[in-house]
Design a protein around this ligand. Structure first.
Ligand code: FMN
Length: 169
């Protein structure tokens, strides 16, 4: 079975909790957890299918561990690779930058030739602005742990089902 990397910070709190839920829902050995805190180009390039956990920090920015890896991604050829991104954000307290980091990461990956899958409808969220929106969809899965925690499990369940179809599992 083809491996899929699930790359997120093992030191994060909520992003790691969501990763655990994704692993449980995925329910087979093809999903390989990888720590974003010490990711390098070789590990990144070893997979053709990748899921990235990307919370938004600092008023619309990537967290430090992803930001530090941006220059490396900028030098990679990602043609033929497929990515899905799950983001965490707070649509009430950061309504003008909700989930922006997903949009930043998505643009970066696409600029290097990667394909993105796992887009989801923006219905059911309420915010002013987001860089993660294209048309009426998020460029990944949008998790708002602070304000919509009760919807998290069902959102993960349907996203994993969608990813398995789109990754061709
Ligand atoms: C200092 C700080 C800045 C944040 N900035 C944003 C933001 O600009 N946009 C957003 O959607 N969420 C923002 N958030 C909310 C986080 O993305 C959210 O709490 C997320 O669950 C954090 O995940 P983590 O604990 O795994 O890093 C911010 C949170 C903090 C504490």
């Amino acid at each position: 079975m083809k491996k899929v990397a699930l790359i997120y910070s093992f030191n994060s709190t909520k992003t790691a909790k969501i990763a655990e839920k994704i692993i449980k829902e995925w329910a087979d050995e093809s999903l390989i957890p990888v720590n974003a805190e010490n990711i390098d180009e070789n590990t990144f390039m070893a997979y053709d299918q990748l899921i990235l956990g990307v919370p938004t920090w600092f008023d619309g920015e990537l967290p430090n561990y992803w930001d530090e890896f941006v220059p490396a991604i900028d030098d990679l050829n990602l043609n033929g690779k497929t990515f899905a991104i799950y983001g965490l954000g707070d649509q009430v307290n950061y309504s003008e930058n909700f989930l922006d980091a997903v949009g930043i990461m998505a643009s970066l990956l696409e600029s290097r030739g990667a394909s993105l899958i796992g887009f989801t409808r923006s219905e059911g969220y309420n915010f002013e602005r987001s860089r993660s929106i294209r048309g009426d969809q998020f460029l990944g899965l949008a998790i708002d742990y602070e304000n919509q925690h009760q919807l998290t499990d069902s959102r993960i369940k349907s996203w994993v089902k969608q990813l398995k179809e789109e990754f061709g599992k």
